[in-house]
Design a protein around this ligand. Structure first.
Ligand SMILES: [Zn+2]
Length: 291
């Protein structure tokens, strides 16, 4: 059995369209012959130019929408950091792709040599001929989903990036590993990311700065939270996020929990209390009382 998947250049044509190249965009309306220079003396042109243009624009914007939704699943809530390897289908994308898959079963046939060939429905699309049940705009949307399916079914799914500076789409050489703190930048703007990196390297490293801010606010939560430890931790996390660079990934309550001991130590140092004294005395008092 031979499996015929998407065309091998599908991811590249996908990228070209995302980048705004019209070369590979299909025509979605009936065409007519128009005079042209030799040797053919004619070429094909859309009968309804305006409708075709509208369908082609629908095709591009739909495809960009799918690509952006996919890329965004690898970005953190603040939209700064990014981990392309963590991308996954959102509920919305999953529904779109499942519907597409349900309506596009593979073809099964035998070739001349008698081999069974299973092929994806990659060449069946006929936008303008007889028996096409949907209009050009719907055809454009469906074709965008089909192209997206071909892209998803390739290693390029994790190599597609969108520049934070100019919004240009591009493929990376290989699949990026791990967390990219400043997000992804196209080759033309890569220097921006390194400028940010060196700027922040000159500042106190992020973790140190966060610990210091947390220590500053430790114990200063509003009285209404005096018995609610959960809210206290949340409040500290909020104060930390408010007082560090907006470019940094926001920390949450669990970060405060994780670093509680270190924050308390720094807080005592800030207040001029020697580490341990207060606590040790209190603990000793309890031990004596119990003993
Ligand atoms: Zn760029």
């Amino acid at each position: 059995m031979r499996l015929e998947g998407f065309e091998s250049d599908a991811p590249h044509r996908f990228l070209m369209v995302l980048k705004g190249s019209w070369t590979f965009i299909p025509v979605f309306v009936d065409q007519k012959r128009v005079p042209a220079p030799p040797p053919l003396h004619y070429e094909f042109a859309p009968k309804d130019e305006a409708l075709n243009k509208q369908a082609q624009e629908t095709f591009v914007s739909h495809m960009r929408g799918l690509a952006d939704e996919w890329i965004n699943t690898g970005r953190d809530a603040s939209g700064e950091g990014e981990e392309p390897g963590k991308r996954m289908l959102t509920t919305g994308l999953k529904r779109i792709m499942s519907e597409w898959a349900a309506g596009n079963r593979p073809d099964i046939r035998f070739d001349e040599s008698g081999e069974l060939v299973v092929s994806m429905p990659v060449r069946k699309v006929n936008f303008t001929g007889d028996g096409v049940p949907i209009g050009p705009l719907d055809a454009a949307k469906q074709e965008a989903v089909r192209w997206f399916a071909g892209f998803l079914d390739s290693p390029y799914a994790y190599r597609l990036c969108k520049c934070r500076s100019c919004n240009e789409y591009y493929y990376t050489e290989r699949r990026a590993k791990g967390w990219i703190e400043y997000g992804t930048y196209c080759p033309r703007h890569r220097h921006l990311a390194s400028a940010m990196r060196s700027y922040e390297a000159r500042q106190a490293p992020a973790q140190e700065r966060r610990l210091d801010v947390a220590a500053q606010y430790w114990g200063k939560w509003p009285k209404s939270m005096s018995t609610d430890e959960c809210k206290q931790l949340q409040w500290i996390a909020k104060k930390v996020n408010e007082n560090v660079s907006l470019k940094w990934t926001p920390i949450r309550r669990n970060w405060v929990t994780l670093h509680g001991a270190e924050i308390e130590t720094r807080n005592r140092a800030l207040r001029g209390t020697l580490p341990h004294t207060a606590r040790v005395k209190a603990a000793e008092g309890r031990i004596h009382a119990e003993g």
